[in-house]
Ligand binder design. Sequence first.
Ligand SMILES: [Zn+2]
Ligand SMILES: [Zn+2]
Length: 357
Amino acid sequence: MLMDYLEPMKAAVLFGFNDVRVTERPVPSPGPDEVLIRVAACGVCAGDIKMITRGMLKQPPFGQFILGHEYAGTVVEVGETVDEFSVGDRVAVEVHKGCGRCRNCLQGKYTLCLNYGDVSKGHRANGFTTMGGFAQYAVNHVNTIHKLPDGMSFDEATTVTIAGTALFGIEQAGGFVPGDTIAVLGPGSMGLMCVQCCKALGAGKVLLTGTRADRLDLGKKMGADVVIDARHENPVERVRELTDGLGPDLVLVTTGAHDSLQQAIEMTHRGSDIVFLAHVDDPITANIGLAVQKGNNIFTVRGEGRMTVHQALALMEQGKIRANELITHTFPLSQINEAIETFVERRDGAIKVVVHP
Ligand SMILES: [Zn+2]
Ligand SMILES: [Zn+2]
């Protein structure tokens, strides 16, 4: 087995802004509490595009950085202290491994590690601050891998962090009571995961807003009770109408559109919670005074956390979250740039684009 690794591996490396090249790199070797994964599938995410086009905090240098954080594969080698996983295990990954020594990590908030990007202190965010999964092999700390249920494909498994993020957002707001009405703004992969998570957890009415008919249709198939096309209807008015003038109990914002937070605040009732799950590039404005008047709690999440990836896998195994319909395109690693363009331009209705290294 070891013989294979003497061969270099293929990896997609960022050489400069908008310059991703597939090149050869040595196969990494796992440390004592890490495993080596033969990557089978890695999803393209908006986070990748941000790093490719304008860069992010603590990103590894050009010419070295292997992108990709939504991947799954098979364990092919384990570090000397690893007894939680074995060679041959099929696993999905989550991004963040906290340092385990800062105040936030000690409180379980490892995705908000205060030593973010400091590898020497044990922090890793694969595909963001350390090497990622657009490669034939990747190294992961045991804290960031999860065994896949039998029957779950590697392609499906690339979406567990999206579902885990949706669940973490709901958890941050303190959850909801079964039967609650929830508005989800934005029918991208995060919004569609939010719809499914809410239904899986017993939400009453789930109202999905957006501007793309094909994605709204998919939202309906994935459990949204009503979809609202914001090009033809005023989403705030329509949501209030559908809730007898009251407004939803929880709003999950998955779009960074300039008026998204304002819409969320306007549609809520007094005391509703709002969770912002979108990565926003430019500042957006909203009437915070109105939120204060209504006593809205506004939360943000940047990714998965606590045990929400485990929870997501359990819901996927039970068929309560479906990922296959979100995966619209697959490409071999050699066509990584085509995969990226397909995702960015939403070619042929692209939602999730998955690369097979
Ligand atoms: Zn991502
Ligand atoms: Zn930490």
